[in-house]
Design a protein around this ligand. Sequence first.
Ligand SMILES: [Cu+2]
Length: 185
Amino acid sequence: MKTPILTASVLSAMLLAACAAPQAPTGEADAAADARPAPAPTEQGITVSAAWSRAMPPGARVGGGFMTIRNDGDQDDRLVALRSSAAGSVDVHEMREADGMMQMRPVVGGLVIPAGGEVVLKPGGYHLMFMQPVQPFAEGDAIDVTLVFEHAGERQVAFKVLGLGATAPDMGDMGDGVAMDHAGH
Ligand SMILES: [Cu+2]
C-alpha cells in the first residue's frame, strides 16, 4: 500500500505545480499578453487565441496549457477532445477551492463554450493538462495541439511555451491543504 500512496502524493504535487495560480498575477498577465497571437480566422463560430504553456523542469511529467476560446456562433459548442504529438494525452481540468483546499479534476462531458461567449483557460482555473510529455517543454517551443469541438470540428493551435520563472506557482500558499480529486475519470 505504501508505494501507491507515495506515488499519488508526488503526482499530486507535480500536477498542482503545473496548473496552480501564479505567484505574481501582474507578471502572469504580461506573459499572457506577450504570448497572444493574432486570432485565427473565425470558422463556424470558434476562435482560439492567447494559447500558451510553461517551460517544464527536467523530468516533469505534466504541464499546463492556457488559452481563450471564443464562440461567435449561435449555438453552444463543446471542446470534446484534444490530442498532441508532444504529449501522451491532453485533458481539460478545472481547479477550484472546496472546503479550504484547491482541487483539480478533469472536466467531464466536454468544456462548454456558450454561444456568444468565451471561456478563458488560465492558471488557477480551467486549464489543459499535458500528460506524459515526449520531452519537457522548453521556453520558446511551440506545442501543436488539435482541439476537437462538437460542432465546429477541429482546430490546430500552437501553444507558445513561456519561461517557467515568470509564472512560477506559489507553492508556499498551497501548503499541505492541497488535494487532487480525479474521481471524474
Ligand atoms: Cu491540471
